[in-house]
Design a protein around this ligand. Structure first.
Ligand code: AMP
Length: 381
């Protein structure tokens, strides 16, 4: 069932499951487009709730609360992938409300094994990987994949959490301990030339658009800088767009699919995916003719998508809890074009948690050098 959900004078409402910064930026776009916003989040006063019209506080898998959100909303979407997919399956099957993405994007991306297997089934390349749910499987996988490799929890890991680098056989005892406590996947370590991402958006009507390729720098497994346009050959950029478009279409997904990739020579390997707007796409707000948040809303509302273009070459710097004070000082005083500041309204500046970002636009080579110097090399630990 495809519907066109238009804003209306009486208040058409977009419901968002999850109250973090992605929901907040989605809600800001929704408001700009004339929609009302409802949010479901366990805690009160979340970044999204601060600007929502309706706040429902309950666990993400509270069926009564989910049904309430669906009942007050004309369309419901989600802003993060760790919502138990069975709960979404149950409420969508109940026939209450309209959640056009369904549970499948969550089911695929909540589990690294399912996610990588889906990529392989669609003919895409990944790092070598293996299910290592017990000791013999881990030993066999290490014999096959070798060192260095990365052990990752199959679910629940984010921002570099739930990952262990295995450099040599001396790391095996710790790895054996890890797999006793969590289901894990072993991945071969990829000596990549660079990391990129492509954000694909598919509407309920089947229309698909991809954003320009973003180039990403991670520090300690957490995204640190994103720049656009990516420095990439035309053929690699084309390959990246094509695989993102084909993938979201073959999987028959609706909404946003952000795909992180490794570039190794002429090859592109899929690293991971998220069924929602993505941190590497935050610069679309200031750098592109349409933001990933507006495009996502257009997709779930069945509105025509906009062909995304880079309007201003830009660099986004993520602000983690430990960076904010230093970064705000630089932001006020730096002698080049001040960036666009986005703070997420979080209660505390928690270490290694994202509390905001700055996007520097119209960046030339000299400014890029200064940004890297101020916001990468000299950032506080
Ligand atoms: P992930 O949570 O899987 O996206 O991993 C976070 C970051 O760790 C990635 O963006 C890479 O910088 C690094 N990483 C993850 N997996 C691998 C791999 N198989 N080979 C090399 N680096 C990796």
């Amino acid at each position: 069932m495809t519907k066109m959900i238009l804003p209306s004078a009486v208040g058409t409402t977009i419901g968002i499951i999850g109250g973090g910064q992605l929901g907040r930026m989605m809600a800001l776009s929704a408001r700009q487009m004339g929609y009302k916003v409802a949010v479901l989040e366990p805690g009160t006063g979340s970044p999204t709730a601060q600007i929502a019209d309706i706040e429902i506080n309950a666990a993400y898998d509270d069926i009564t609360a989910l049904k309430k959100l669906l009942a007050v909303s004309d369309v419901v979407t989600y802003e993060f992938e760790n919502i138990p997919f069975a709960a979404i399956q149950e409420v969508t099957a109940s026939g209450v409300g309209y959640l056009p993405q369904g549970h499948r994007p969550l089911e695929i991306t909540q589990n690294r094994l399912r996610e990588k297997s889906a990529a392989v089934q669609c003919g895409l390349n990944t790092a070598p990987f293996a299910d290592v749910s017990d000791g013999p499987k881990l030993r066999a996988a290490l014999a096959d994949i070798g060192y260095p490799s990365i052990l990752k929890t199959v679910s629940g890991g984010y921002d570099g959490k739930g990952q262990w680098r295995l450099k040599s056989e001396s790391d095996l005892p710790e790895a054996l301990e890890v797999i006793q406590n969590a289901e894990c996947i072993l991945e071969g370590f990829v000596p990549f030339d660079k990391e990129i991402s492509v954000i694909a958006v598919r509407s309920t009507t089947g229309e698909v658009k991809t954003f320009p390729v973003f180039e990403n720098v991670h520090v300690n497994g957490i995204l640190h800088l994103t720049s656009v346009p990516a420095v990439l050959s035309d053929s690699l950029a084309e390959k990246a767009h094509k695989l993102a478009k084909d993938f979201i279409t073959k999987l028959d997904l609706v909404g946003t699919l952000a795909i992180e990739m490794f570039v190794v020579g002429d090859e592109i390997l899929i690293n991971e995916m998220a069924p929602r707007p993505h941190n590497s796409g935050h610069l679309t707000i200031d750098a592109c003719n349409v933001s990933q948040f507006e495009q996502h809303l257009r997709a779930v509302c069945g509105l025509p998508l906009i062909e995304p273009k880079v309007v201003r070459p830009s660099v986004m710097v993520n602000l983690l809890g430990q960076h904010v004070e230093y970064a705000l000082e630089q932001w006020q005083t730096s002698d080049f074009s001040p960036g666009h500041l986005h703070l997420y309204g979080k209660d505390e500046n928690v270490r290694d948690r994202k509390v905001g970002h700055i996007t520097f636009c119209d960046v030339d080579t000299e400014q890029l050098r200064k940004i890297v110097d101020l916001f990468l090399i000299n950032f506080p630990e």
